[in-house]
Design a protein around this ligand. Structure first.
Ligand SMILES: NC(=O)c1ccc[n+]([C@@H]2O[C@H](COP(=O)([O-])OP(=O)(O)OC[C@H]3O[C@@H](n4cnc5c(N)ncnc54)[C@H](OP(=O)(O)O)[C@@H]3O)[C@@H](O)[C@H]2O)c1
Length: 275
């Protein structure tokens, strides 16, 4: 029996999540999209939009219940919801670390916990989690985000081993910089100030991060690649979608001595010297 192509997608109100939702819709999927800014259930441009806050177990539960009313079959769950807080390790507070980890990591864990029993009963399903190049290597002043993406990478490896026997496939998408992200999801840690001992390095690094993202790859192309990947019988466990220099950075990070990597990345991001 041919099952309906239904996909749930988190963080689909902007950025890569929105572009991926549109590409999936164009590829013929029934798309059920979740985000906090969808304040009530509506259908917009052929996409079912439902309220979803991945940090709230109640909201996650209610999203799943409503999505199952639209279609009882869940072909795929694509998890894009994410945010970051920019700041030095020293000046980022517990509350800021927890906010990032609760959205980027535990948000995915919560969604997976709800969808896994459904996919096990179906004996089929696909879980796609948006990690990042930062899930593979750290850069300065993006530490809470980097920690959350490293957590996803390790978690996904264990998850795939557990659920493969139930016909469930897991994929980590590792995007490099894409010109899609919104500044509102990249706040500065409250304690960062011009008097910070890290101020000069912080300023040059955040300017570089902003430059790389605004001049990054085309998010429509990424969306289409994900739609194509979901059509494959077997999805890869890792799907890196990045520019050649970002692929090279990951390769060097893996094979060069740590001190060399540090020197390369420091000279790339930190141009103003120490304060
Ligand atoms: N852009 C890039 O260059 C890049 C690179 C590597 C990885 N990524 C990853 O790709 C994903 C999308 O990032 P982006 O930069 O394209 O998007 P973005 O513009 O920063 O948008 C973030 C999305 O996440 C949603 N979101 C945030 N908190 C949420 C919550 N608590 N519950 C539900 N949804 C929430 C937002 O919607 P609401 O505010 O409406 O809830 C929004 O739709 C993220 O996981 C990010 O880490 C992006």
């Amino acid at each position: 029996m041919k099952h309906p192509k239904t996909v749930w997608i988190t963080g689909a109100s902007s950025g890569l999540g929105l572009h991926t939702a549109q590409a999936l819709r164009n590829a013929g999927w029934t798309v059920i999209a979740g985000a906090r800014s969808f304040s009530e259930p509506i259908e917009k441009d052929g996409i079912h939009c439902l309220p979803l806050d991945v940090t709230s177990p109640e909201s996650v539960q209610s999203f799943c219940d409503r999505a199952l009313e639209i279609s009882p079959w869940v072909g795929a769950l694509v998890q894009c919801a994410g945010m970051l807080v920019l700041g030095s390790c020293e000046e980022t507070t517990d509350e800021e670390y927890l906010r990032v980890l609760n959205t980027n990591f535990l948000g995915m864990v919560r969604m997976n916990r709800e969808v896994l029993p459904i996919m096990r009963a179906q004996k089929s399903g696909r879980i796609v989690m948006y990690s990042s190049i930062n899930g593979l290597m750290g850069i300065p002043f993006q530490n809470a985000y980097t920690a959350s993406k490293h957590a996803i990478e390790g978690y996904a490896e264990g998850l795939q081993m557990e659920v493969r026997p139930f016909g469930i496939q897991v994929t980590l998408v590792e995007p490099g910089d894409h010109r899609s992200g919104s500044e509102k999801y990249r706040p500065h840690a409250a304690r960062m100030s011009p008097d910070s001992p890290y101020a000069a390095a912080y300023e040059s690094t955040t300017a570089k991060i902003h430059h790389d993202e605004t001049n990054g790859s085309d998010p429509d192309v990424l969306g289409r690649k994900i739609a194509k990947m979901l059509e494959r019988k077997r999805m890869p466990f890792r799907r890196r979608i990045a520019s050649p220099d970002q692929h090279l950075a990951v390769y060097l990070h893996k094979f060069l001595p740590a001190r060399w990597n540090e020197a390369i990345l420091r000279s790339y991001y930190i141009r103003e010297g120490r304060k």
